[in-house]
Design a protein around this ligand. Structure first.
Ligand SMILES: [Zn+2]
Length: 133
């Protein structure tokens, strides 16, 4: 469950696009996938911090949860580095987008498909509830 939540976590930077509710003229330059949430670096920082935080509150599987969450985030970022946009794989050393750009970047079309959004949102909420309860 931590892996699923971690793999969805980078997409929290989609909210500026969602809130504007207008079709972007230049989708590849949207905020989505351009923030620190879509960097490998963030999950390397989160890993020890999450482990320490979960250990401090007495969770017995704190290392597995922290590692799974971070792995989910890294897998997300690396997988998306195969689209036209690439990702900031070397952040904070470089802010340049890197990747093997073999897939299209058409996030807006993907995002505005209400069935896809409902499915992804539902899976994210389900994963969260299963982890907590
Ligand atoms: Zn993403």
């Amino acid at each position: 469950m931590a892996l699923l939540i971690g793999s969805g976590f980078p997409n929290l930077d989609v909210f500026p696009t969602l809130l504007r509710k207008k079709t972007p003229k230049d989708p590849i330059n949207e905020t989505h996938a351009s923030t620190i949430l879509h960097t490998v670096f963030l999950y390397l920082v989160i890993l020890p911090l999450l482990y320490l935080a979960l250990s401090a509150i007495g969770w017995s599987d704190s290392w597995n949860i922290a590692l799974s969450f971070s792995l989910g985030g890294v897998i997300h970022v690396l997988t998306e580095s195969f689209d036209q946009k690439g990702r900031r794989l070397l952040y904070p050393v470089s802010k340049k987008f890197y990747g093997i750009r073999v897939l299209p970047y058409d996030f807006w079309t993907y995002l505005t498909d209400k069935k896809v959004l409902a499915l992804e949102g539902g899976l994210f909420i389900l994963a969260f509830l299963l982890l907590v309860f």
